[in-house]
Design a protein around this ligand. Structure first.
Ligand SMILES: Cc1cc2nc3c(=O)[nH]c(=O)nc-3n(C[C@H](O)[C@H](O)[C@H](O)COP(=O)(O)OP(=O)(O)OC[C@H]3O[C@@H](n4cnc5c(N)ncnc54)[C@H](O)[C@@H]3O)c2cc1C
Length: 392
């Protein structure tokens, strides 16, 4: 491992490898450090991705990490009503263990150097400014210097906190996720994703069935931290009530935190930037972070390239990343965050109203922070009208 780089990226998840690839393509000397022995494993993801999001990272949907094409979705309200989501632009269920490796191959091909089993445990400071990282690799401790250090170390990011960013999660900004990959289950239409709502089945969250084939799916849950019962408890209870699913076998089990908001006003310091889950860049309504990671990687790579080429990697120079992210993504995600807080307050019977009041397209608009139609409907219902203030 060489001792000096332009960019040191901590974490080889999608945020780290896409940023690494784009920076290396611009001619920067990039190091990516991953603490796990294998990139992409274990997966902590329902593996859903839209066509434009795949295209943004240079893929077509024909690669071998694609397990299933998806052409729409079904939302199931607490009373069993359904809302059909239109196919929009098409989507996929991917195999993260293979997809993340593809991203890493691309980063390496572009010239980034990647090390696995390289655990960053601290930052190096010179004159009160971040100057590099301290890591253990092959049982040895190393100091490596970089002009910019990037925290792409996921939802539990320690490095962003060591850098001084308020990136820790609270009970309000973190959902608990639990998931089984299940085989030999019944899926009405294996080209649709299924989302089940209800305070009894998934308080402050939802249950998903994301098909990976005609009888295989990721069956998972994300819930807010509201009582002592775990996400696994709620998921097991729901599965037990569905004979077509409980008859299947569990072939993989994972759990993980899902950031739901708590966006950071600033994600930079002198010589430092945070990205992906480490910077809470996740859609708080559905928990999707893959699209957000690649959007942010493009912004970060441009800003860091300019900063390094103009020999100014100060917080002032890197602040353009904050500005562009808030302008292109953050302001809309902030509206979605407000919607999430509103949903935490509504009852199942109010949730049932969505079936008669919303089209699938309306639901998609909500995930993108377009709340006008929702506000109009709420204003017509005296109980819901009192909640409109939470969306403003
Ligand atoms: C249950 C669940 C379901 C989800 N489903 C979807 C979905 O269907 N679609 C979607 O778009 N998103 C989904 N997400 C979110 C998505 O998985 C994340 O947003 C995405 O993985 C974030 O990428 P990242 O690179 O920021 O972080 P990660 O993918 O978490 O990568 C961070 C990497 O940093 C490494 N690391 C951490 N600390 C260190 C250290 N100190 N030194 C070195 N390496 C370190 C980790 O080992 C890890 O490999 C889901 C999340 C969960 C938990």
């Amino acid at each position: 491992m060489e001792q000096k780089y332009d960019i040191i990226i901590i974490g080889a998840g999608p945020a780290g490898t896409v940023t690494g690839k784009l920076c290396a393509k611009k001619g920067l000397k990039v190091l990516i450090l991953e603490k796990r022995p294998e990139i992409g494993a274990p997966k902590r993801c329902a593996e859903g991705m839209g066509q434009p999001d795949l295209e943004r990272v240079g893929y077509t949907g024909k690669e071998r990490f694609v397990t299933q094409e998806i052409n729409g979705g079904i939302v199931i309200t607490p009373n069993g009503g359904t809302i059909e989501l239109p196919p929009r632009h098409g989507g996929y269920i991917i195999e993260r263990k293979v997809f993340d490796k593809f991203l890493a191959y691309d980063a390496a091909k572009a010239g980034a150097k990647i090390y696995t089993k390289a655990h960053v445990f601290d930052l190096i400071w010179t004159n009160n400014k971040i100057a590099g990282v301290k890591l253990t690799y092959n049982g040895e401790q190393k100091d490596i210097y970089g002009k910019i250090v990037v925290a792409a170390d996921g939802v539990e990011s320690k490095i962003a906190r060591i850098a001084g960013l308020p990136s820790g999660n609270t009970l309000k900004t973190l959902e608990s996720g639990y998931q089984y990959e299940m085989a030999n289950i019944e899926i009405a239409d294996p080209h649709k994703i299924y989302t089940y709502l209800g305070n009894n089945i998934a308080p402050r969250g939802y249950i998903w069935v994301f098909p990976k084939g005609s009888h295989i799916a990721n069956v998972g849950i994300g819930i807010g931290n509201c009582d002592e019962k775990t996400a696994k408890y709620y998921l097991d209870k729901w599965i037990a009530s569905k004979p077509g699913i409980s008859k299947g076998s569990i072939i993989e089990e994972n759990s993980g935190g899902i950031p739901i908001g708590g966006f950071l006003d600033s994600m930079t310091k002198d010589n430092f930037l945070a990205i992906g889950d480490a910077a809470h860049q996740v859609n708080p309504l559905h928990g999707g972070g893959l699209a957000e990671a690649s959007f942010s990687a493009q912004i970060a790579a441009d800003v860091m390239n300019d900063a390094i080429k103009s020999n100014n990697t100060s917080n002032i120079a890197l602040d353009r990343y904050n500005k562009l992210w808030w302008e292109k993504r953050g302001n809309n995600l902030k509206k979605v965050e407000k919607l999430v807080h509103l949903l935490e307050r509504i009852t199942d019977s109010e949730m049932n109203l969505t079936q008669s009041s919303f089209s699938g397209q309306d639901i998609i608009n909500l995930t993108e922070g377009k709340l006008h139609h929702l506000i109009k409907i709420m204003l017509k219902n005296p109980r819901l009208a009192t909640l409109v203030k939470y969306l403003k």
